[in-house]
Design a protein around this ligand. Structure first.
Ligand code: PSU
Ligand code: MN
Length: 304
């Protein structure tokens, strides 16, 4: 039995040495409503291709860890109900039991490592939730970044989170947080979290070189690239602040906890912004896919 099932397109890319970008699937099943989730998944894949790399969307389908999905598999996943949201804790159990699940950032990093893929694009990583001092809700995405050597391109951590605490946990765990092309840490739907990012880089080549230097030094763990949403699509942080506060209060009122928190907040913010948050989310994912493909190309060009 082979652990990773490569799609025909990814198999070919591996044989030819074409750069590959990993993509996650929880954003499809839990992050966006149908049919925008499917449209976005297809657009993200297309964007990676146009940028000279091959997309490998990760998911567990009937117990098979897939690196790269066919369009039919993508379509089925986007419409499936009750798909598990997989992270480090439950991915192996899902595979062992022959079930189906979508991969979060943490699980996609694990899948990418197993598939030999070094770069991964998503929307925003999970992090330390507001009120974590009581709930202890800290995404497993952070500890995965600390131990799995994949460069993750996101638009920062989601603005629903406590961003200063998220930065602290990343620093404690030795994860480089690299703002792309600016000094400020981006905050998912907005370009500026009001915090300075620990590192700044202005080219895909610099990011690839830092990735390779970590490998050469034997430092485990990945890098978080925080790529600001394009200005024409951003929602200013002060417009969003009361909406995030409202959504967070609603989550508490309805007793939402654990894995349900992030999907609930994204859906609630979608309602409260009348769809504007989803438009921004789609724009930032596409922007991240482009940068991730450029990094994958640089890694390919400079590895012997
Ligand atoms: N990026 C998006 N939308 C999403 C996610 C990322 O634009 O829904 C998903 C990722 O799979 C990430 C997850 O790992 O949200 C975070 O969930 P949690 O906070 O429960 O760890
Ligand atoms: Mn959580």
């Amino acid at each position: 039995m082979t652990l990773v099932q490569f799609s025909p397109a990814v198999t070919e890319a591996k044989a030819n040495g074409t750069p590959i970008v990993a993509l996650e699937s929880t954003i499809i099943t839990h992050g966006m409503p149908y049919p925008q989730n499917l449209e976005t998944a297809r657009l993200v894949e297309q964007t990676v291709r146009e940028a000279g790399a091959v997309p490998a969307t990760m998911a567990v389908l009937d117990g098979q860890l897939c690196a790269g999905l066919t369009d039919e598999q993508l379509e089925n996943l986007a419409q499936a109900k009750n798909v598990a949201k997989l992270s480090r804790a439950d991915m192996a159990a899902c595979i062992a039991q022959g079930k189906t699940g979508a991969t979060t950032v943490a699980a996609t990093m694990i899948a990418a490592r197993l598939a030999g893929i070094e770069v991964f694009a998503t929307g925003g990583i999970g992090g330390v939730h507001k009120g974590a001092e009581d709930s202890f809700d800290i995404s497993a995405d952070l500890s995965e970044l600390a131990q799995t050597a994949v460069t993750v391109v996101a638009a920062g951590a989601k603005a629903i989170l406590d961003l200063p605490k998220t930065l602290e946990v990343l620093e404690t765990n030795g994860v480089p947080v690299i703002a792309y092309g600016q000094d400020a840490l981006p905050a998912f739907w907005s370009r500026d979290a009001g915090l300075r990012a620990p590192l700044r880089m202005d080219s895909a080549a610099q990011i690839a070189a830092a990735h390779q230097m970590r490998a050469a030094m034997g430092i485990p763990g990945g890098q978080l690239v925080a790529n600001p949403i394009p200005p024409e699509h951003e929602i200013p942080a002060d417009t969003l602040a009361p909406i995030i506060a409202q959504a967070t209060a609603d989550a508490a009122k309805h007793g939402i906890t654990g894995k349900g928190v992030t999907p609930y907040l994204l859906q609630r913010i979608f309602e409260l912004t009348e769809g504007r948050s989803l438009e921004a989310n789609i724009a930032l994912v596409l922007n991240n896919a482009r940068l991730a493909a450029a990094i994958a190309r640089e890694l390919r060009a400079t590895s012997g």
